[in-house]
Design a protein around this ligand. Sequence first.
Ligand code: VGL
Ligand code: ZN
Length: 198
Amino acid sequence: MERRTFRLGKGDALVIVDLQRDFLPGGALPVPLGDQVVPVMNVYIRLFRERELPVIATRDWHPPDHCSFRDQGGLWPPHCVQGTPGAEFAEDLDLPEDAIVISKATRSDEEAYSGFQGTALDERLRKLGVRRLFVGGLATDYCVLSTVKDALALGYEVCLLKDAIRAVNVQPGDGERAEKEMESLGAVSVTLEDLTGG
Ligand code: VGL
Ligand code: ZN
């Protein structure tokens, strides 16, 4: 079978979406099987670091009274509260020292699923000459979806890391629908094999 291989080079960056403790099993808003993303993402991190390509990590970084929390009329249990253990990156994630950390949804009155919303992410990427994003993390049907849609709308090429995403699936099938939506908008799904030629 024919397979596209993706050669990483200048203009590429890895975007790790919200790989935080609260989104892993045992956390406040666990994404089923979310922990399985971590070892795979660590391989992607190694591939990008070997080539001295930027690694960006977004994080949900909510104030204690964030509007997305149920007590405030929102959808979710309190999660990723600024400065709490649940907001830390996954313990086993090999985030490089010089990774660019982008905090989002930091204001009480504003939800932000996308890493671009209310942040300097686009500006930082442009300054680095980044044009193609490899995006994975949690959750497929919320923050990955929104981040990918904004990236495409801003003109980035997007490769979706199919083996490094997991969905919340509030409704069954949400994750699959999100993947289809991203693909229909122009994101290309890839796995580790497509990058290593393995
Ligand atoms: C997320 C729900 C609430 C996500 C963040 O990272 O996908 N989902 N806050
Ligand atoms: Zn959140």
